[in-house]
Design a protein around this ligand. Sequence first.
Ligand code: SAH
Ligand code: SF4
Ligand code: F3S
Length: 483
Amino acid sequence: MYQEIDLDKIDINEEPPIEEPDRQYYFMAKCRKWVKGFEQKNGRLPKSCVLNFGCQMNARDSEKLRGVLRAVGYVEGTEDNADFVIYNTCTVRENANTRVYGRLGQLKPVKKKNPHMMIALCGCMMQEPEVVEKLKKSYGFVDIIFGTHNIYKFAELLFTRCESERMVIDIWKDTDKIVEDLPNDRKYAFKSGVNIMFGCNNFCSYCIVPYVRGRERSRKPKAILREIERLSKDGVSEIMLLGQNVNSYGKTLDEPITFAELLTEIEKIDGIKRIRFMTSHPKDLSDELIDVMGKSKKICKHLHLPIQSGSTDILAKMNRHYTKEQYLELVRKIRAAVPDISLTTDIIVGFPGETEKDFQETMDVVRQVRYDSAFTFIYSKRTGTPAAVMENQISEDVIKERFNRLLKEIQKIAAEVCVVHEGTTQEVLVEDISGHDKTMVTGRLSNNLLVHFPGSLELIGQYVDVHLKECKGFYYLGELAGR
Ligand code: SAH
Ligand code: SF4
Ligand code: F3S
């Protein structure tokens, strides 16, 4: 286990071990020696900066990269002053890719000025062969390129680059491997993401994730529970279980276990006060899970349940395996079991063939469910997915007009839903000093909404009761209760 491994005790003159994670600790020890050499030469430690462009799983992967960098001796820098910049990329929509190329272009002159500088690219975008070709051809100043399946090999790749001074490229098509017990560096002391599974088997027809993240693999329950116990001992009280479809957790394990059973086990861990999870696919949300959520004292009163479209025809073309009516029935069951639950969703506007009538079905679901908030996306054509070659791709004008109508409706409803809690007192976990006013702190309610209230640094990580004085549409202004 990471905490127990002393890198200085590893014999780096021996051959590298074959087994993981020992092999990576060996390369971390080698990198540490390299870092010490850098320090001697330059009179300072090298700085690194990891930027993530994608979802919460992408953010969690970045914490793993930061964990390795910290272990080998790098200190935190910024994109402008770092000796090592790592972009952990996303490719779920075209604009995610565009952002990476834009930033990379800006890094080129920075690298020219700093002869020590290294640049690494990893994450979902690197799993696309066209991207790697383009990088090789036009972005020769990149030092390391690796993908999603071999992220655990980061230390080894970094060392290879330090030795060889040549571009290192290592991309795997898929993997069935999960390497446990590598370091990570949490952003917050009191809360953490926890991967429970990797990959996705659903192949929604618009989505590139199954192609770049590979087949679904669940971590063993024991490994998950051990990680959460360790986090709890380290001061973490809120965890977010992560997977592309957490509701199918455990189905492919040698000893199958359901997501609801896993939650029941996690609930027993002392010190954990809040449990969140994402994402839930409606087709796999079981009655057993709804029952566990209804009874739980720790599972937060928030469910993110992506609908994608309200039209049963479009849902079929999206390969989502549920109808509008089935989704609404699920919502009814969840609300019956957890009456004050907050519901959020993802919606795609402009999927190929979407008519005004289909769009109205989406608007209808939004009005019926009354989401606390919703992420709305303009359909983005992803090469290699079935939807990319479907007929009737929708014009940009039509999509934008629908998108704006949808956004307006969502915002109006969200403000109406948010105001319901105005005047109540609720327990919040204080997360940070407010970004707008240094005399205020920001806390999160069980239902995932934020409240800003007067307070200072020492409240961070604490649970306090806050009176929600005023609803501001999608957040609150409040004050500590009893004052
Ligand atoms: N596994 C999760 C979502 C992962 S991607 C789930 O199934 O809910 C996050 C969101 O991005 C999706 O819910 C979807 O709304 C959106 N998305 C995925 N592919 C997209 C595409 N090609 N164009 C626009 N939005 C997309
Ligand atoms: Fe993509 Fe669908 Fe898998 Fe989510 S469930 S990651 S939308 S294929
Ligand atoms: Fe993006 Fe990969 Fe997540 S494509 S949304 S970073 S799984």
